[in-house]
Design a protein around this ligand. Structure first.
Ligand SMILES: Nc1ncnc2c1ncn2[C@@H]1O[C@H](COP(=O)(O)OP(=O)(O)O)[C@@H](O)[C@H]1O
Ligand SMILES: [Mg+2]
Length: 237
């Protein structure tokens, strides 16, 4: 449910981010103001190079902006030091990477469990959290498989389970269907949509997949590091 009065899941103000490539200054985000309400399935669209990954990395506390403020779950994260930011991310943000980033020598359940070490000291409880997350994404019975013994779609489900297991306020996914065939991508979108409705978590994806974009409640369009349009299901925001 979207509540106008609750603190937004994330709020960006006056965001600028440049990359330095040798002598060249590459602008990635040029003055972004954005509110992401809680419990919303939102998508960041836009052409390649428009700044989608950079924006997600800022929301995910993986990187900090050159200027501007990033609030996640009411916390001003851009002002945190690296260690504090890492700790904040571990608790509040779940990230689904495009290339899954599973650890090849760990089984599905061990992959999901691994990042929970930062949050939960009790090993049996960690295992239960990981098992529930795998069941939630439909991988019951495959807990002990290595990633190499899973299909692309199943690996992506493990990556989703790993992001969700800690019950984060914000779930981020950078082009999650980009490396999947259309049917598998569709299945993943349906799954994430169902989990989003069931948990009320705030999901933010980047995509140029029209299927995924059409599914979103909130669509943010980026061009050259600027927001050119924001629209919600059933009208303009
Ligand atoms: N690590 C980096 N070093 C230099 N330039 C980068 C780096 N990452 C991204 N960029 C540049 O920043 C801009 C935005 O990139 P990105 O956020 O990856 O866009 P998108 O995800 O929409 O493709 C692009 O011009 C890209 O080339
Ligand atoms: Mg990208």
């Amino acid at each position: 449910m979207v509540s106008a009065t609750a603190t937004p899941a994330a709020q960006l103000r006056g965001i600028h981010k440049h990359y330095r490539l040798g002598e060249v200054d590459v602008p990635a985000l040029c003055g972004i103001d954005l509110d992401l309400p809680r419990g919303v399935f939102s998508v960041i669209g836009g052409p390649s190079g428009s700044g989608k990954s950079t924006l997600l990395n800022l929301l995910g506390c993986i990187d900090a902006p050159d200027a501007g403020s990033v609030d996640v779950d009411g916390q001003a994260v851009a002002a945190l030091g690296d260690t504090q930011r890492t700790r904040f991310r571990a608790r509040h943000v779940g990230f689904v990477f495009q290339n899954f980033n599973l650890i090849p020598v760990l089984t599905a359940i061990e992959n999901v469990e691994y990042p929970l070490r930062l949050l939960e000291d009790n090993a049996p409880r960690r295992r239960d959290m990981a098992r529930s997350a795998l069941i939630e994404v439909g991988l019951e019975g495959l807990e002990d498989r290595l990633p190499s013994a899973l299909s692309g779609g199943q690996r992506q489900r493990v990556a989703v389970a790993r992001a969700l297991a800690k019950r984060p306020a914000l779930v981020l996914a950078d082009e999650p269907t980009a490396n999947l065939d259309q049917a598998t991508g569709r299945g993943l979108i349906d799954l994430m949509r169902r989990i989003q409705s069931a948990t009320g978590a705030t999901f933010v994806f980047s995509s140029h997949d029209p299927q995924l974009i059409a599914e979103a409640d909130l669509r943010v369009h980026l061009v050259d590091g600027r927001v050119t349009a924001i629209d919600t299901r059933g009208g303009n925001a």
